[in-house]
Design a protein around this ligand. Structure first.
Ligand code: TIU
Length: 220
């Protein structure tokens, strides 16, 4: 194996043929005003810094022929796949309510879709997930397994919620995960800092942390 990503706590060897880029939930509902993220009381400008580095990594991954997978968090219009506890969390209901981008976090609505800057192209699987983790009640593992994927480059939002929930479970399922830190975003910078510390601590207990430039150099 001739390729390696410079990373912390040490470099990660990989084979581009068995490596996938996974873009977690880069949806209008999380990164644009008027969506779910803002309805929860968050400042979405904090996560928008991830868009440009994600775009650079996505462009190179496509050029190099890596498998690219996108995920979206959201629910059926009738909300039958949404746990009642998720609907009422915080004592208020936002999921399924009408907002400026349609019904919040509902499949098929404008806010649920991926932002134009990172929009999937033909051949890139889109995983619709009802939970925070991308494996829960989805066919992500099956798709990765059928394609012989071993290494995941994981980008997206938000770092301590859907990104690291996915990475922690991917690690248990036998995948080696690397997170470029400028390609993930959180409404809470402090949470992002410690979420990433936790991933790479104890000799990469869950995975590796790097940045967009190191991913791009590693792929070249
Ligand atoms: N609230 C929050 O930080 N995130 C989510 O609800 N979902 C994702 O992270 N995608």
């Amino acid at each position: 194996m001739t390729h390696a990503f410079e990373a912390q706590p040490f470099s990660l060897p990989f084979d581009p043929k068995t490596t996938a880029l996974v873009m977690i939930d880069m949806q209008r509902d999380f990164v644009e005003a008027g969506g779910f993220g803002e309805a929860l009381g968050n400042d979405v400008s904090l996560v928008r810094s991830a868009i440009e580095p994600c775009k650079r990594v996505l462009d190179v991954a496509r050029q190099k022929g890596l498998m690219v997978i996108h995920t979206r968090e959201g629910h059926r219009p009738d909300l039958t796949d949404c746990p009642p506890a998720k609907l009422t969390r915080g004592g208020m209901t936002f999921i399924g309510e009408n907002g400026p981008m349609g019904r919040t976090l509902i499949r098929g609505e404008a806010g649920h879709d991926i932002i134009p800057e990172l929009y999937p192209i033909a051949g890139e699987p889109v995983i619709d997930k009802p939970g925070k983790g991308a494996f829960y009640q989805t066919d992500l593992h099956l798709i990765l397994q059928n394609s012989g994927i071993k290494t995941l480059i994981v980008c997206g939002v938000t770092t301590e919620v859907c990104v690291t929930t996915t990475v922690r479970e991917a690690n248990d399922r036998g995948f080696e995960c690397i997170i470029p830190e400028d390609c993930v975003g959180s409404y809470f910078p402090e949470f992002q800092k410690y979420a990433l510390e936790m991933i790479k601590a104890q000799g990469a207990i869950f995975g590796w942390v790097s940045d967009a430039n190191a991913i791009i150099s590693g792929l070249k």
